[in-house]
Design a protein around this ligand. Structure first.
Ligand code: SF4
Length: 199
């Protein structure tokens, strides 16, 4: 059995730029992977699906990074599942930690945001004004084929307990590297702390 630290990464409602900060570690990533084993990274990178995470035993992930904020009920659900499976959970980047620029969506009503995105933009051809909507099964029961757009954007700490926070939009790769070193060396600050470069 591998002694490597098992790493999970979940993109919630962000742009995946934080994950690019991991890729931007470039050759340092190879050093990191000597100590880390990626066991979950969805939906962007690894071919490990949500259902694979749900099948993992509790505590199967040593450290989970979550980037992006909570915008959909799917994010709420996956965050809760990831929390259950992870010993340490990190809000990775400004969206996850504090809502960041997408938090400005809270200045508007959810229905107005959808209308802006799907009807009013000049490049949209949607004369009937059709918005994303759930499909109904033949028996009339609600079919969760589409996640529900929540009324408000929230940081992930509004849904699950967060052990560490990391700012930045995205975090600078040097921040990410310091955090990886702290994880690998078992040198993490007290729980609830912000992980910052040089500390
Ligand atoms: Fe994208 Fe910035 Fe949010 Fe990261 S913090 S997901 S880079 S918007």
């Amino acid at each position: 059995m591998s002694n490597k630290i098992k790493l999970g990464v979940l993109l919630a409602g962000g742009c995946a730029g934080c994950e690019m900060a991991i890729v931007d570690l470039s050759e340092r990533l190879l050093d990191a992977l000597e100590h880390l084993e990626v066991v979950f990274w969805a939906p962007t990178v690894a071919d490990v699906k949500y259902k694979d995470l749900e099948a993992m035993p509790e505590g199967a992930i040593d450290v989970a990074l979550v980037d992006g904020m909570v915008r959909l009920d799917e994010h709420e659900h996956m965050l809760k599942v990831l929390r259950e499976k992870s010993k340490v959970l990190v809000a990775f980047g400004s969206c996850a930690s504090e809502g960041c620029i997408p938090g400005m969506a809270n200045l508007f009503k959810a229905e107005d945001l959808l209308k802006q995105g799907y009807v009013d933009t000049f490049s949209t051809d949607n004369p009937d004004g059709i918005l994303p909507q759930p499909e109904w099964k033949e028996d009339g029961k609600y079919d969760l084929t589409l996640p529900r757009f929540l009324d408000k954007v929230s940081p992930i700490s509004s849904v699950v307990e967060v052990d560490y926070f990391m700012g930045g939009c995205p975090p600078h790769p040097d921040f990410v590297w310091e955090a990886i070193l702290a994880i690998v060396q078992g040198n993490l600050p007290p729980k609830g702390s912000w992980i910052t470069c040089g500390k």
